[in-house]
Ligand binder design. Structure first.
Ligand code: ADP
Ligand code: ZN
Length: 521
């Protein structure tokens, strides 16, 4: 029987699905062939099927390493109900459960064995897996092997050894797509040998994308929520304190809102998770601690009260909305204070300089999306390596195209201000220079004698701030992490300086200047 007949039949008979989701079929076939695979799929894209189904097509046992015990138990239960011999070895097991898994393994009666990564640390595990006839390894949430990711699990570092010791193929799955995490996964799980890599199906067309510069953030937020009364939603904030104050403010407005953050005890956290899963119309005001493992299909909206830390975080967080495929809405509020906060978090973190540079770049990618002049989904998907044939028609910029202006002249002035001052200053000083503001620093450096001094008087400070932000968004210049955000020119800037390329920017993102010392709102 041809292979895809088998896969199709199993899909129908065991899972009761009519067809594969985008990308699933190829991954299933490649895993079933026994090749090493790295699959990057969005949350809700149907990863589990991509290792469960091949496990049934192959001889022997497939070990599944997964960080979430609750999810493992759910999957094992669902598989058993579908008639698949599956078991789990986790710390949550009763002795009886563990015994029955060992027994099934001994009799060669298991196809899928789920295991928490911590289990790999115990000495007996390797010989157990050897005896059990393991022929493949599947790794869920493979980005947990990345030491820099916020989900790092030290025991994931043992998976590479396990693969080597067993000499079997490995299939790794994650929703984190950036090149750096991918490279780390390849290095640590595959000994640096490139696996067959799949990057699929990142589009979630039912989710509306929108960004707004913070103007009057509290009103923007309350307005958005008021228009969606009674719907389940998540508000993400950058700080724990803010989750509490915002939840209180929403309750005062007659909404049903609860705060959730990593500083809370496990029990109240679990209670919020349970309520959110059960109740209709509850709003959870949370830090990023809320989300992994939340599987509520009818979350109707996600609002970012503050700018997320990277384009990956943004994508993951909005992706929790509308898993049922019905229309869902998102809004991301951002302002100069957020950008500064995120930059400071990167600069003051413990990472080495290369890593900090990469983190700034991921933040820049998100800013680029925030400052986009055309279809946001196009840009978002392009970041994840997918091309869209047409604009989406379901983002704020498609629905309400922004007013644009030819900013070539202004950008050229800004770039030459950077060049003439040796690419050693941040936007604040450069704006002083362009607007002809004679500060002490300007005079001390003799910058009031430069030809660029005051050439930008036709734009206000606020307009210049918007222009600089958009220039960073377009990657014409970047902040130098080793020089406290001093802006330097990228390759892309040179054609503009030479007059070979023009620049179009948005009019509508002009923000009122804010005091520079405010980092948190
Ligand atoms: P994730 O990629 O987040 O791990 P899951 O594997 O949990 O996603 O799948 C998400 C949902 O999609 C599950 O409810 C699953 O049953 C469903 N699903 C997966 N593949 C298909 C398919 N081919 N047809 C229909 N539903 C599917
Ligand atoms: Zn669009």
């Amino acid at each position: 029987m041809p292979r895809d007949m088998i896969a199709d039949d199993l899909l129908r008979q065991v899972w009761g699905f009519d067809g594969f989701r985008p990308g699933q079929h190829e991954i299933v076939e490649t895993v079933a062939e026994g090749r090493d695979v790295l699959a990057i799929m969005p949350t809700g894209g149907g990863k589990s099927l991509c290792y469960q189904l091949p496990a049934l097509m192959r001889e022997g046992v497939t070990v599944v390493i997964s960080p979430l015990i609750a999810l493992m138990r759910d999957q094992v239960r669902a598989l058993r109900e579908a008639g698949v011999a599956a078991g789990a070895l986790t710390s949550g097991n009763t002795q009886q459960e563990t015994d029955s898994v060992f027994e099934a393994l001994g009799q060669g009666g298991l196809k899928l064995l789920y295991m928490a990564p911590e289990r790999l640390a115990s000495g007996g595990t390797l010989s157990l897996l050897r005896r059990a006839g393991v022929t493949a390894i599947a790794v869920d949430e493979a980005h947990c092997v990345s030491q820099w990711g916020h989900d790092f699990r030290p025991d994931y570092l043992r998976i590479g050894d396990l693969k080597r010791a067993l000499g079997v193929p490995l299939a790794a799955f994650t929703a984190t797509a950036d090149a750096e995490t991918r490279a780390e996964i390849v290095a640590r799980l595959f000994d640096g040998c490139e696996p067959a890599t799949f990057l699929r199906g990142f589009d979630r067309p039912n989710i509306r994308l929108a960004f707004q510069p913070k103007d009057s953030p509290r009103n923007q937020l309350l307005g958005f929520v008021a228009a969606r009364r009674g719907q389940s939603g998540i508000i993400y904030c950058a700080s724990r304190a803010r989750t509490e104050t915002l939840a209180a403010a929403l309750n005062d407005e007659g909404h049903s809102a609860v705060a959730y953050h990593g500083g809370m005890e496990a029990a109240p956290r679990r209670e919020v998770e349970g309520r959110f899963q059960r109740e209709d119309g509850l709003i959870v005001v949370a830090t990023v601690a809320f989300g992994m493992g939340i599987d509520k299909p009818d979350i109707r909206w996600v609002l970012h009260a503050d700018l997320p830390k990277s384009i990956e975080s943004y994508y993951q967080e909005i992706g929790r909305a509308g898993r049922d495929g019905d229309p869902a809405e998102t809004l991301t509020l951002y302002g100069p204070d957020d950008i500064r906060l995120r930059r400071t978090q990167v600069d003051e973190g413990l990472a080495d300089n290369a890593r900090k540079g990469a983190d700034h770049a991921r933040l820049n990618a998100l800013l680029c999306l925030a400052e986009a002049t055309g279809c946001r989904r196009r840009r978002l998907l392009a970041y994840f390596g997918e091309d869209m044939a047409e604009d989406c028609g379901n983002c704020d910029l498609c629905l309400d195209p922004p007013r644009l202006f030819d900013a070539t002249e202004a950008v050229r002035k800004a770039l030459s201000a950077m060049l003439r001052t040796g690419e050693r200053f941040g936007s604040g000083h450069l704006i002083d220079l362009l607007t002809g503001t004679s500060t002490d620093k300007i005079r001390d450096r003799g910058h009031d004698r430069l030809p660029t001094f005051g050439v930008g008087g036709d734009h206000s400070r606020g307009q210049w701030q918007a222009i600089f932000r958009q220039m960073m968004g377009l990657d014409l210049c970047r902040p130098d992490p080793e020089r406290h955000g001093a802006l330097f020119l990228t390759e892309a800037a040179h054609p503009v300086l030479r007059g070979e390329a023009g620049v179009t920017l948005r009019h509508d993102t002009t923000l009122r200047p804010k005091p520079a010392n405010v980092l948190r709102s």
